[in-house]
Design a protein around this ligand. Structure first.
Ligand code: BGC
Length: 384
C-alpha cells in the first residue's frame, strides 16, 4: 500500500468514526429534546375559568378551581372582571384561545356576545363549558351550574310564604314587589326573575284565601351591573319612592346585602320588608342573622369551579364524549349538570306553597352541617 492510499484510508476511518459519533450524539440529543418537550407539554396543561365579578361568591368558585388544579397537578387559572363586563370576559377568553390553553369554563355575562368565541375555541380544539350562567345557543359542550329558573321559582314561593305571614296577602290588597339584579343579559338573572315572577303569579291564582284577587305592582328589575355601590343607590332610591314596599328580591349575591344596607339607611326595621336574597357568603349571612333577609337561595358554586376543571381535564385526557358521558346525567340528550340549591334562613321552616310544592328552609346551622358533609369548608361560605 502506498503512503498515499494508507493516508486516505486513515482519513476515511476518522471520517466514519466522526459520522458515527455525530449520529449517536445527535440521536441522543434529539431523543432528550423530545422527552423534555413531552414533559413540558404535560406540565403545561392549563385550564382557565372566567367568572363575572369580584365578590365572595366567586372566591368560593376560585377555591374549587384551585383545589381541582392541585388534585390533578395542572395549572387552573381563575379570572374575573371587577364588575359586570362582557367585553373584558371575551377579550380574556380570546387571549387564552390564542395561548392554546387545554380548556375553558366561562360564566358569560352576555351569552350572545360570548357565542362566537365559544365556537372559535372549539374550532381550535379547546373544549369549552359554561358555568353559573349558560349560553344554550352556543356550541359549548355542557352547562355546569344552578338550575336558575327553578331557583328563582323557589325564591318566589318563599317570598309569598313570608308576605302571607306578615298579613300582606289579602283580598283586594296591593302587593309591591321590587327586583334588583346585576345583569339584564346574563341568562341566570333573566331565568331567576322569570321563575320568581311565575311563582308569585301562580300563588296569586292558587292561594285559596285570595283566589286571584290581589293587585301585584312590579318594580324593576333594576340593573346595578354587579356594582355594589350602584346596587345600594338603586335599592335606596326604590325604598325612598316606595316606603310601603312589601317584597324585595336580590337576584345576585350583591343585591340582598345592598337591599339590607338600604333598609338600614332608610330606617325600615328588619323583617318589615320581605327580603329574599341569593347565595350564602360572608356578604349574605349578616343580613340573615340581623333579620333583614328572611331567606336566601344557597348555590353550590364551589362545585362549579371544582367539577368544571375536572370535567375539562377529563375531556383533554379521555376525549370530550367519554368525559361528558361519565359526568352529565343522560348525556347526550341532556347537556346540563345541575349543581343544586338549598333555601336557607335564620331558623328551620317547612311549608306547603299554594302551588302544592313542599318547601324546606334550612337554618344556618343545618346548612353549615350540610356544607361540611359535602366537603365545602363552611368558612368559605361565611359560616364559622
Ligand atoms: C350569580 C353570579 C353573580 C354573583 C355576584 C350570583 O348569585 O350566580 O352570576 O356574578 O351572584 O353578583
Amino acid at each position: 500500500m502506498s503512503m498515499l492510499s494508507r493516508g486516505l484510508s486513515k482519513t476515511l476511518t476518522i471520517a466514519i468514526v466522526a459520522v458515527v459519533i455525530i449520529a449517536v450524539v445527535g440521536g441522543y440529543l434529539a431523543w432528550w429534546f423530545f422527552v423534555a418537550q413531552q414533559g413540558q407539554q404535560k406540565k403545561e396543561l392549563v385550564f382557565i375559568v372566567i367568572g363575572k365579578s369580584v365578590h365572595p361568591y366567586w372566591d368560593v368558585v376560585r377555591a374549587g378551581v384551585e383545589k381541582a388544579g392541585q388534585e390533578l397537578g395542572v395549572k387552573a387559572i381563575f379570572w374575573v372582571p371587577s364588575k359586570e363586563d362582557p367585553q373584558a370576559q371575551i377579550q380574556t377568553m380570546d387571549s387564552y384561545i390564542a395561548q392554546k390553553v387545554a380548556g375553558i369554563a366561562i360564566a358569560p355575562s352576555d351569552p350572545g356576545a360570548a357565542t362566537p368565541y365559544i365556537e372559535k375555541a372549539i374550532k381550535a380544539g379547546i373544549p369549552v363549558i359554561t358555568i353559573d350562567t349558560d349560553a344554550p345557543q352556543s356550541v359549548r359542550y355542557s352547562y355546569l351550574g344552578t338550575g336558575n329558573w327553578k331557583a328563582g321559582y323557589l325564591a318566589g314561593l318563599a317570598a309569598w310564604y313570608f308576605a302571607k305571614q306578615k298579613g300582606y296577602v289579602c283580598k283586594g290588597c296591593t302587593l309591591k314587589v321590587a327586583i334588583l339584579t346585576g345583569s339584564l343579559t346574563a341568562m341566570n338573572s333573566l331565568e331567576r326573575i322569570d321563575g320568581f315572577k311565575t311563582a308569585i303569579q301562580e300563588c296569586v291564582q292558587k292561594d285559596p284565601d285570595i283566589k286571584g284577587d290581589i293587585n301585584i305592582v312590579w318594580l324593576g328589575p333594576y340593573n346595578d351591573q354587579e356594582d355594589p355601590v350602584q346596587a345600594f343607590n338603586l335599592a335606596l332610591s326604590v325604598l325612598q319612592a316606595h316606603p310601603d314596599l312589601h317584597i324585595a328580591f336580590g337576584v345576585y349575591a350583591y343585591d340582598g346585602p345592598a337591599w339590607a344596607k338600604a333598609l338600614k339607611q332608610a330606617n325600615i326595621p328588619p323583617g318589615k320588608v320581605v327580603l329574599i336574597e341569593f347565595d350564602v357568603t360572608s356578604d349574605n349571612v349578616p343580613p340573615i342573622t340581623e333579620g333583614y333577609a328572611l331567606a336566601t337561595i344557597g348555590q353550590r358554586q364551589y362545585f362549579m369551579g371544582y367539577y368544571g376543571v375536572k370535567l375539562l381535564y377529563n375531556m383533554t385526557v379521555k376525549g370530550v364524549e367519554a368525559a361528558l358521558e361519565a359526568f352529565v346525567p343522560e348525556y347526550p340528550s341532556n347537556k346540563i349538570y345541575d349543581t343544586g340549591v338549598d333555601i336557607v334562613g335564620k331558623g328551620s321552616i317547612e311549608f306547603t306553597a299554594p302551588t302544592g310544592e313542599k318547601v324546606k328552609i334550612m337554618s344556618l346551622e343545618e346548612y353549615k352541617a350540610l356544607a361540611q358533609s359535602l366537603g365545602i369548608d363552611p368558612k368559605l361560605l361565611g359560616l364559622s
